[in-house]
Design a protein around this ligand. Structure first.
Ligand code: GCU
Length: 714
């Protein structure tokens, strides 16, 4: 086959640092532009998938060989301009693409077109995906564009990273710390640290671009001001240069009090100058943002965790979250930058129920009438970044009540790809069904007259169609590290893949995404695909069952992997007993009208449904109710019997996954087969520990025997 890429735009600047270099001996390479990336992907991808050499041509003039692939924009390529009507391209916007089969003379040609080079690159990956999943590519007429504008990873570089290159997944080998991006200048990394570009950055960039991720906040939300120092900014600029052809923009997490850090001397402020309305405070952030923009012109902005888990914030200086977010936002707005202000706050003084606190701290700001006649105080270049659920990335939570309730504010949803509470790098847990569940949850949001909105799923809130927000964002806390497979567990790659696909189009089915990933990662053999997809699709529900069934919250040890339902910390809202409320009457946290009434933060339909033990979905029962041990469940079992049954079913599913995987041995390469097999063995044992620890602990309160049909407890 022939790949035709014409007139790569020489004037478009992709690089802003002087010399950019790859590590010695690298196998990846730096590309100069998105079209060059597209050309390379086609050359490499088609060459490997079709097992034949690919000819690359720089013109569509003259005879075009049958089966050619032309990729470009109407500006770069006369053929693209000829074959794809401007109107068709207009409808796919800046990042969308058209992939079309056309005839030219006697040749059948595939045209991959975007309005921008990035759109053409996305189309290229989509085309390669069709081939890799063995879909027909003869009569293509595809038009695609992302539903959400900003599809961003948050890379918590120093926390909850289970993708390092040593056995624990936290790093350690070669003196590296497990992080994907290496900023350190000492130890074994010296000389290989940024600005040197390592192979794995390019591999990660290609992976991200292949699923449409277009931004990354590179450091932990518990932020280190080092990322704002001149030295680091130079390193970040090199990274930004390397990622730019792949359409990935950088952002940095900051501390609210960064202006007081002596590392920025002589340009520092005192605590008394941290008034978000003051020219001193805003001026500092403007200068810092200008400094960054001088070397990273397309820098996205800042992610802020404020007044949460010990991080400083505006409340320390007598202001609220709206004041703080707007202060920094105003400082960077003239530079076109955005603030991602996190809503993961749970100040104990606000309410006894941790889960109610975020809405209580942000909701009123959204309702405030403004001098200009509008409503809502949060500035337009701010996203409030809200976790999918009101607690903290548990395997099942109801969606966060702020979705739908903040109609005057840009809201980004934050999902966790790294498996902090979902098995880390030891358990095979495919998370896309969970995200699908959240994104397709009905908020029952109403307009100001109390009329139900037409488009009101969580996904509609996030993509802006529910409440008419032009700027939209979805964020995934990333699981990338320096492990050879980038994610630690081979199956954790599926979560990154799925995040990107769902960020692009949240209406996709998680099962279809699993099918694509399985075909691209393991095999196109029908039996292998159906077995692996089945394993994946049930894995999250199994995890819920053996860890936290029927809506019980956080029951983890301090490292968030194993079980510890007892009290283990003096901070009450971190302790499992705060969530389970186990006693002789029953189990679960009463958030109905007889309890904390979190239910009332939801729109009326859900408020009623969640608030009543007879109508609450059973999988959220203990989230909203203290359930009596003898409560009759839909299955006819008592609550106690059902609870034990769920734990047991979860473990049995893991046993089945292990056996199913074993049966695939003839079809899977030996190395990856063995690595996954070993993980599944650990997974099964640890799932059993969850069941046994939990059930034995609950038994002390229920005073009931373990039911015989609950199966054997080891
Ligand atoms: C969780 C997680 C922390 C993280 C926090 C956050 O609590 O354990 O590591 O900092 O979430 O999202 O801010």
């Amino acid at each position: 086959s022939t790949v035709i890429v014409e007139n790569v735009d020489e004037n478009k600047v992709y690089r802003h640092t002087a010399d950019l270099s790859m590590e010695p001996g690298s196998t990846e390479k730096l590309v100069e532009s998105s079209l060059e990336a597209a050309r390379d992907e086609l050359e490499r991808g088609l060459g490997t998938l079709l097992d034949q050499p690919v000819t690359v041509r720089a013109t569509s003039g003259g005879d075009i060989p049958d089966g050619s692939v032309i990729v470009g924009t109407p500006d770069s390529s006369p053929a693209v301009a000829q074959f794809v009507p401007a109107g068709d391209l207009a409808s796919v916007g800046d990042e969308g693409y058209v992939v079309r089969s056309v005839s030219k003379g006697r040749s059948n040609v595939t045209v991959i077109a975007g309005n921008t080079e990035l759109g053409a690159l996305y189309g290229t990956f989509a085309f390669l995906r069709l081939i890799q999943t063995q879909r027909p590519v003869q009569n293509l007429n595809i038009s695609e564009s992302p539903k959400i504008k900003r599809r961003v990873l948050n890379n918590w570089d120093t926390e909850r990273l289970y993708a390092g290159n040593n056995a624990t997944g936290t790093g350690g080998l070669n003196g590296e710390n497990g992080q994907i991006f290496d900023f350190a200048a000492t130890g074994a990394s010296a000389g290989r640290n940024l600005p040197v570009i390592l192979d794995r950055y390019i591999v990660a960039a290609r992976a991200m671009a292949s699923v449409g991720v277009n931004g990354i906040t590179i450091n932990n939300v518990n932020a280190d001001n080092a990322y704002l120092t001149t030295r680091n900014i130079a390193q970040e600029a090199a990274l930004a240069d390397a990622l730019r052809p792949y359409g990935i923009k950088l952002a940095v997490s900051i501390r609210y009090t960064a202006p007081t850090d002596s590392r920025f001397a002589p340009d520092t402020l005192t605590n008394s100058q941290l008034d978000p309305y003051s020219p001193a405070f805003r001026g500092w952030w403007t200068r810092k943002a200008q400094q960054i923009q001088a070397s990273i012109p397309d820098f996205m902005g800042f992610t802020v965790k404020a007044n949460s888990e010990g991080q400083p914030g505006p409340q320390d200086f007598g202001y609220d979250h709206g004041d703080g977010a707007n202060g920094i936002a105003a400082a960077v707005a003239p530079l076109g930058m955005t603030i991602f202000w996190r809503t993961f706050v749970y100040n104990a003084e606000v309410d006894n129920d941790r889960l109610k606190r975020a809405y209580l701290e942000f909701g009123y700001i959204d309702d405030e009438p403004q001098p200009d006649g509008t409503t809502g105080r949060i500035a337009d270049n701010v996203f409030l970044q809200t976790k999918n659920g009101p607690l903290d990335f548990q395997a099942r939570e109801p969606f966060h009540p702020m979705f739908g309730r903040m109609e005057n504010t840009n809201q980004a949803i934050e999902l966790q790809i790294t498996q902090e509470y979902t098995g880390q790098n030891k358990m095979l847990t495919y998370l896309a069904p969970m995200w699908e569940e959240v994104l397709k949850s009905d908020t029952y949001a109403t307009d100001t007259d109390g009329k139900l909105l037409k488009n009101r799923l969580v996904g509609n809130i996030v993509d802006g169609t529910a409440q008419h927000h032009p700027d939209t964002a979805i964020v995934g806390v990333a699981n990338l590290g320096n492990a050879e497979n980038l994610t630690g567990h081979h199956f954790s790659q599926a979560n990154l893949f799925a995040f990107g696909r769902q960020a692009w189009d949240w209406t996709l089915k998680s099962e279809d995404i699993a099918k694509d990933w399985t075909r691209m990662t393991w095999s196109n053999d029908g039996h292998v695909v159906s077995t692996i997809v089945k394993m994946m699709m049930g894995s999250r529900e199994a995890l819920v069952s053996y860890q936290t069934p029927l809506g019980i919250g956080h029951q983890f040890t301090g490292n968030h992997y194993g079980p510890n339902p007892a009290e283990w910390t003096t901070r009450d809202d971190w302790s499992p007993v705060y969530y389970n409320k186990a006693d002789s009457a029953g189990l679960g946290f009463d958030r109905s009208p007889t309890g904390s009434n979190l239910a009332a933060q939801y729109f009326p339909t859900l408020e009623r449904q969640y608030g009543n033990i007879d109508t609450v979905p059973e999988n959220l029962m203990m989230w909203f109710h203290h359930v009596p041990w003898d409560h009759t469940m839909k299955s006819g079992r008592t609550f106690w019997d059902e609870l034990v049954y769920r734990y047991q079913m979860g473990v049995q599913y893991v046993t089945w996954m292990r056996e199913a995987w074993d049966s695939l041995q003839p079809h899977i390469d030996a190395r990856r087969f063995g690595e996954v097999r070993a993980k599944l063995a650990t997974h099964e044992v640890d799932a059993g520990t969850w069941r046994d620890t939990s059930v034995n602990y609950w038994k002390e309160f229920s005073g009931r025997d373990i039911p015989v049909d609950g199966g054997p407890l080891s």
